[in-house]
Design a protein around this ligand. Structure first.
Ligand code: GLA
Length: 402
């Protein structure tokens, strides 16, 4: 008798729970994703639309062989142009010439190397390169991605006409969650509708804060349609000022993917680029050809001390704490109470830069151990400040630990 009475109650509880889960898009699936800024590689900056199964497999192999995997890089992400059409059932179709064995086989290969698999789509009707977008097919695509073993989705913002950004990204997040596979959601809305204000609530794990990065030091370039802009390194860095409080474990500001090694900047400038992305707790998504890296580029991308700053578990984003013309000091709080610092010289000749303890939240008189993260050298205990000559367009990156 008792048992019979409990069955309907238990059934009702299960029904209620599943209704709540469906209504919430089963958020628990994606809980805890991207506890530190995602690290990986993406095809766009170097290869644009020239993507193929073989190239992506080669890149995954190179990620292992080069020591990138060992340094923490994990995601192998295909950007635009893998998709060519929709079939009679409206399923998204990968380009059969370029991906002859399909996306599941590619995902399996990437997983077999202990790496993770990412794809790209768009919240609008078409991607930026004019391929089919996700609009109206979000749940169907999410199921497809889950069946291929996708771990990371970059979702772009082209051809979205009057769509609401937050609602569109919340919709794809709910679709991904209901497909039952934990998938990192990379919001690629270029900062237009200030995604740092709503990206976390929409279920994004990272959101672009700017237009596309260009492999150049300074300046900005308008798009062919006259809209603004793709940015050099300086423009991107400047646009991060004031955004630091929006970043944290699971939800990161994304100043776009790395250009390190693509040839448009000097090694000194690439070292600055990588140092900033680390200090800004930015996703470290390499964008160069991993199959043939010069040793200098390899050493930048795999500098474990700089990567440790990026991956610090407290998840603080660094901020600019001092500026005088071309000279700047940036600082990031670390979980062990230390600070990571960048002394940055934007100018055309070498200059001495001083970082003062009172600018980074320490009492002026305190003695602190200083370590240089590019020279891999302890510089000793310093009281009150640290000064160093900094090359033109270069950085000195240190940790300061009282
Ligand atoms: C937009 C994005 C880029 C890249 C291209 C692909 O411009 O911002 O990062 O994904 O689309 O077409």
């Amino acid at each position: 008798m008792k048992i019979n009475q409990q069955v309907p109650v238990a059934l009702a509880a299960v029904l209620l729970l599943s209704t709540v889960l469906v209504a919430q898009g089963n958020k628990s699936v994606s809980a805890g994703l991207a506890p530190a800024p995602p690290m990986g590689w993406n095809s766009w900056n170097k290869f644009g639309c020239n993507v193929s199964e073989q190239m992506i497999k080669d890149m995954a192999d190179a990620m292992v062989k080069s020591g990138m995997k060992e340094a923490g890089y994990q995601y192998v992400n295909i950007d635009d142009c893998w998709q060519i059409s929709r079939d009679a059932s409206a399923n998204i179709v990968p380009d059969p010439q370029r991906f002859p064995h399909g996306m599941k086989a590619l995902g399996d290969y990437i997983h077999s190397l202990g790496l993770k698999f990412g794809v790209y789509s768009d919240a609008g009707s078409k991607t930026c390169a004019g391929r089919p977008g996700g609009l109206g097919h979000e749940y169907q695509d999410a199921l497809q991605y889950a069946s291929w073993g996708v771990d990371y989705l970059k979702y772009d913002w082209c051809n979205t006409t009057t769509q609401d950004a937050k609602a569109s990204y919340a919709n794809i997040r709910a679709a991904l969650d209901s497909a039952g596979r934990p998938i990192v959601l990379s919001i690629c809305e270029w900062g237009t509708a200030k995604p740092w204000l709503w990206g976390k609530e929409a279920g994004g794990n990272l959101w672009r804060t700017t237009g596309d990065i260009k492999d150049r030091w300074g300046g900005a370039e308008k798009w062919p349609d006259g809209s603004c802009c793709s940015n050099g390194l300086l423009g991107i860095v400047d646009q991060q000022v004031g955004l630091q409080s929006y970043a944290g474990p699971g939800h990161w500001n994304d100043p776009d993917m790395l250009e390190v090694g693509n040839g448009g900047m000097t090694d000194t400038e690439y070292r600055s680029h990588f140092s900033f992305w680390a200090l800004l707790a930015a996703p470290l998504i390499a964008g160069n050809d991993l199959r043939d890296m010069r040793p200098e580029i390899h050493d930048i991308l795999t500098n474990k001390e700089v990567i440790a700053v990026n991956q610090d578990p407290a998840g603080h984003e660094g901020e600019r704490v001092w500026k005088n013309g071309d000279l700047e000091v940036w600082a990031k709080q670390q979980s062990d109470g230390s600070r990571a610092l960048i002394l940055f010289n934007r100018g055309g000749s070498q200059q001495e830069i001083t970082a003062r303890w009172e600018d980074i939240g320490y009492p002026a008189g305190v003695a602190a151990s200083v370590r240089d993260l590019w020279q891999h050298k302890d510089l000793g205990k310093m009281s009150g400040k640290f000064s160093a000559p900094v090359a033109s367009h270069g950085v000195v990156m240190i940790t300061v630990k009282p």
